[in-house]
Each structure stands twice: as structure tokens, then as C-alpha cells.
Design a protein around this ligand. Structure first.
Ligand code: ZN
Length: 205
């Protein structure tokens, strides 16, 4: 079974499961039988998708398992295409809870070490709603390529009509970033409102 690992944030898990219409109970942050059942169903469906498309490396699998079911499918199709194109690519980031996003935001700020890695606080990144993933490209020796033409090449090979690529963003292009495309572009604020109310973001696909 593939398991998402947000047990320490029950409310966030409930919101993810509600967006799938698997959890229709109260968004109360309490783990009970209804949450458990929804969670097991989500895991079973994730495993079925994995079996349908085939498993990738461990790190990619761990991150894909955090995505919404639709994003899992779209991401797996994308990843298979890029790998078939001969690139060494992995999914290095998937869904983050608001708390995890806030921790990331604090890096390089408020006296914390390291470069700044994001401008988004919790609830302000598409990674907080189960719809986005980042890739890493690696050399034959296993070295991590942080940026470069390889990322344009991966998009050229892997993009499908279901995907919005961060590399096309005006202002702050984000070339390792991919997310689900919706019929009408949805702002982060709209995504957040739907997500927090337990509404089905996926149905806007
Ligand atoms: Zn990203």
C-alpha cells in the first residue's frame, strides 16, 4: 500500500481526503473511523494507480504518494515520458502541509541559516493542496543539477495538456515545478478557499 504521511496533521489529511470526495465527515482534526476508512481507500486507490503505471525510484514514489489521485496519474505519465527520453529525473517534492511550508519559509529568514528557498507561507503554495510536484535532474554520477537547460528539455519531453509548468510563469519562472492544469486558471486564494472548506478542487479539472 502507498501511504501519505501527514498523520501528525490530521486536519490537513482530512482536507486532502475531502478534496477527493473520500472524506465527507467534519473537518475537526480528530482521527476517527471515518477518517481511517477514507485514508485506507485513498491508499488503495494510490496503490492501484502505481500498479497501473509501474513504480519508480523510492524518492519519487514517496513524493508521488502525497499527491491527489489525479495528480498522481498525471505525474506518473509525465515522469515515464521524461525517463523514456533518457533523462535522469526524480520527483523530489510533492505535497507539503501548511506547517511544513512555514518551516520552509523560515529558512534564510528571521536569522535562520541557509538561502531563502520559497516566497510562499503555509497555504500560499500550490504544494499545499496536493496538486504540485518538483523534479530534480541528476547526472550519471548522481550529482544534482539545480537548474539549467536540462529542465527545459524535461518540460519539452514530458509536458502533457493536463500540466501547468512553472517554467512558463512570467516574473518568477520555476523550472523544476509542475502542477495540475485546470480549465480555468485558479488563483492560490481560490485554491486555498476550496481546500480549507473541504471542497473538490479536482472537479475543476
Ligand atoms: Zn514547486
Amino acid at each position: 500500500m502507498s501511504f501519505i504521511h501527514f498523520h501528525d496533521d490530521v486536519l490537513f489529511t482530512q482536507q486532502l481526503l475531502a478534496a477527493e470526495r473520500l472524506y465527507l465527515g467534519a473537518l475537526d482534526g480528530l482521527w476517527g473511523p471515518i477518517t481511517e476508512r477514507a485514508y485506507l481507500e485513498f491508499s488503495a486507490r494510490s496503490t492501484a494507480i502505481q500498479q497501473e503505471f509501474g513504480a519508480f525510484d523510492t524518492r519519487s514514489e514517496q513524493n508521488i504518494a502525497t499527491l491527489s489521485l489525479r495528480a498522481q496519474r498525471v505525474c506518473r505519465i509525465f515522469l515515464a515520458r521524461v525517463l523514456e527520453g533518457g533523462m535522469r529525473v526524480r520527483v523530489i517534492s510533492g505535497t507539503r502541509t501548511y506547517k511544513e511550508q512555514d518551516e520552509l519559509f523560515r529558512r534564510g529568514r528571521y536569522g535562520n541559516p541557509g538561502p531563502r528557498v520559497t516566497n510562499a507561507r503555509g497555504g500560499c503554495s500550490s504544494h499545499n493542496f496536493g496538486i504540485a510536484w518538483d523534479i530534480g535532474i541528476f547526472t550519471a554520477e548522481g550529482g544534482y543539477v539545480t537548474d539549467g537547460e536540462e529542465y527545459d528539455e524535461a518540460a519539452r519531453i514530458g509536458l502533457t495538456p493536463d500540466i501547468e509548468w512553472g517554467g512558463f510563469w512570467k516574473g518568477f519562472p520555476d523550472r523544476p515545478h509542475y502542477q495540475l492544469r485546470f480549465k480555468q486558471p485558479l488563483s492560490i486564494v481560490t485554491l486555498r478557499e476550496h481546500f480549507e472548506e473541504g471542497e473538490a478542487i479536482q472537479s475543476y479539472a
